[in-house]
Design a protein around this ligand. Structure first.
Ligand code: S3P
Length: 181
């Protein structure tokens, strides 16, 4: 269990953003172990609270409703401290989510190239924005979101790197940032 936050304590989370299939969950777990934080997968928190799958939420209530649940799950992280938070790829689309993410802690963009992403997500039946969609549309979404991801505090290339290597790079970057501050 994570601690609930005392009013004076900063959340001090590490928030991972990036497109579907970028590796947020795998890297997030390793990063959490490395930094002594709890790992939170926001999509998983949404599913637990809604007691149904994201696929089902998209199918029954639609994407806009999902986005409301997503923003609520993100805001709920303000009450907790010291987690690594893996977000869903679309969290970057709402300006309000950015305000919350900045209050949560360091926002880290896991950057991966389209070819690697597509090889990971193309056959996934659980991603409503991919399943049954023309990959060209998904590619357009990928391109459209790049400038949004680039608003993150840190950016780390994931291509051809093991999750442990990516997590270590993040720890090193954070420690450099700390010394610079
Ligand atoms: C989405 C990404 C998914 C999930 C939902 C919408 C998106 O999470 O939140 O299907 O808009 O890119 P992952 O990035 O973990 O696949």
């Amino acid at each position: 269990m994570t601690k609930n936050r005392a009013s004076s304590e900063k959340p001090d989370h590490l928030v991972l953003v990036g497109f579907m299939g970028a590796g947020k969950t795998t890297v997030g777990r390793v990063l959490a172990a490395l930094t002594g934080r709890e790992f939170v997968d926001l999509d998983h928190s949404i599913e637990e609270k809604a007691k149904t799958s994201i696929k089902n939420i998209f199918a029954v209530q639609g994407e806009e409703y999902f986005r409301v649940l997503e923003s609520e799950a993100l805001e709920a992280m303000l009450k907790r401290t010291h987690c690594v938070v893996a977000t869903g790829g679309g969290i970057v689309g709402r300006a309000k989510n950015w305000e919350v993410m900045r209050r949560l802690g360091a926002v880290i963009y896991l950057e991966n190239d389209w070819e690697t992403i597509v090889s990971r997500i193309a056959d996934c039946p659980d991603r409503p924005l991919v399943t049954g969609k023309d990959l060209e549309n998904v590619r357009a979404l990928f391109a459209q979101r790049q400038p949004l991801y680039e608003q993150a505090d840190l950016r780390v290339a994931v291509k051809n790197q093991k999750p442990s290597e990516v997590a270590l790079s993040i720890v090193e970057m954070l420690s450099r940032e700390k010394h610079r501050a």
